[in-house]
Every structure is written in C-alpha cells, then in structure tokens.
Design a protein around this ligand. Structure first.
Ligand code: FES
Ligand code: FES
Length: 162
C-alpha cells in the first residue's frame, strides 16, 4: 500500500492503496464517486471515462500511481439530474439521451473534453470523437443529437459554460 494525494473535482483527496490500483476503483471504492462505471475493465467501452487535465481517459486502465498532479474530473463535478448545471447535461435531458444511463457519465466527460479542445465541432468531429464510447442500449443517435444540441447552444453563448 502507498499513499497518494489526488486532485479530484477541485479538491485534494488522500488515498492509501496499491500503486497499480486502477483510478476507477479508487474513485468508486475509496472516494465514493460512483458516476464513472465499470463496464469491461479493458479499455473497450468507455463507461469509466473521466478527465485527466483536459484529456478524456478510460480510468479502468490508469494505475493510480500514474495520475500524479493532474486534475481528475468526474461527472460529479457537474450538477445533478434535478439541477443540471451544464449545457451538456441539459442537452442530454432534452434529447432523452439516456436509456439505462450506464454509459452516460462517460459520454458526458468525453463530450466535455471535446468542447474544451474544439470550439465549434462539426457533426463529423462529434461522431469521430465520441466513437470510443459505447452505449449498450443503442442510444448513440440520441447521444450524438445531445452533443450537437449542446455544441449549438455553446456556439451562441458569449461565455462558454459547459
Ligand atoms: S470499463 Fe473502462 S473502458 Fe470499459
Ligand atoms: S443508455 Fe444504457 S448503456 Fe447507454
């Protein structure tokens, strides 16, 4: 066991775990942040996607010892379904993009990363960017519409607030 201090959703968090523990397990088991989901555990589904600084990563593949000082952001950094705090969350609700909801935290974090890197993504960019994340319910078209809707709302805002 080793001690690590992680920056998670803007706060320092200390954990004592084995160095090779996946970040996903630390988030869920030690920090009780259950938004990111365990799907495949193999980097193939994206349900565990969180952000490290501005990059979306599959947290099942990232050993906690490799996180270092990078800022970890999870879906809990946004609002709730009762009080959505972001354009993206609102767009997912308006497009009814969730069916079971298992993939949605990962989808929202991947889309957040897109908006931080590309100011006005095209449909083709959205489709390519979201491609690593799978939805076992098959609501991909609604998810893509939600990201499109959010991109259009953001493009019309003087100050971008995801
Ligand atoms: S659980 Fe991490 S990619 Fe599937
Ligand atoms: S909504 Fe069920 S996995 Fe995507």
């Amino acid at each position: 066991m080793s001690k690590f201090t992680l920056q998670v959703n803007g706060k320092p968090q200390q954990v004592e775990v084995d160095a090779d523990t996946p970040l996903l397990y630390v988030l869920r088991n030690d920090l009780k942040l259950n938004g990111a989901k365990f799907g495949c555990g193999l980097g193939q589904c994206g349900s565990c996607t969180v952000m490290l600084d501005k990059e979306p990563v599959m947290s099942c593949l990232v050993p906690v010892s490799l996180v270092g000082a990078r800022a970890v952001r999870t879906v809990e950094s946004g609002g709730t379904r009762w009080v959505p705090s972001s354009v993206l969350q609102q767009a997912f609700i308006e497009e009814q993009a969730a069916q079971c909801g298992y993939c949605i935290a990962g989808m929202i974090m991947r889309a957040t990363a897109l908006f931080e890197q590309v100011a006005s993504p095209s449909d083709a960019q959205i489709r390519a960017w979201m491609q690593p994340n799978l939805c076992r319910c098959g609501t991909h078209m609604r998810i893509l519409r939600a990201v499109r809707r959010a991109a259009d709302v953001l493009a019309a805002q003087p100050i971008r607030n995801y």
